[in-house]
Structure formats: C-alpha cells, structure tokens
Write a protein that binds this ligand. Structure first.
Ligand SMILES: [Zn+2]
Length: 84
C-alpha cells in the first residue's frame, strides 16, 4: 500500500472548494442547469455521483442531466417541425 496518490492528476472538469471536489457541468446550457454536482471528499467520488445522476460524459467533460434533457427537448422540437 503506497501513499503516493498526492500527484494524481485531477481532470479539468473537476472544481475544488475547501478540499472538496465536484464535477462541473460542461455546457451550462439549461436555464435551470445544476452547475455542478455534489461536493465529495475525492474527485473519484464526485465523478461517481454524477454517473449515478445520469450525467453524460462528452469525452471532454460532463453534461448535467438537466442540460442533456434540454438538448433532447430541442432536438425533438426541431424534428417535429420538420415532420409537420
Ligand atoms: Zn448543466
């Protein structure tokens, strides 16, 4: 058991506050965007939290469920307009 996890790389989508970590929403598109996830003791936990909350990983960052929902709503709307 080594204790050299001080040098672990923290992903850029993680925000830090008072030694607490949280995943930030990448796009903050929805008016009621959650902004960021729950603050946890480690960034791994913060990431697990957003996974459980059904946030979507874009490849560069996480998109909160509220923003994902707003994108889908817009897509469905466009689709309906085209179909009509
Ligand atoms: Zn969001």
């Amino acid at each position: 058991m080594s204790k050299d996890n001080n040098h672990e790389k923290i992903p850029t989508y993680i925000v830090q506050q008072n030694n607490q970590y949280s995943v930030e929403c990448q796009i903050k598109r929805a008016t009621d965007c959650q902004g960021n996830g729950e603050y946890c003791d480690s960034h791994e936990e913060a990431q697990e939290w957003v996974e459980e909350e059904c946030w979507i990983f874009s490849g560069e960052g996480w998109i909160c469920f509220t923003c994902v929902e707003s994108i889908w709503r817009k897509l469905v709307q466009n689709r309906r307009q085209k179909g009509a």
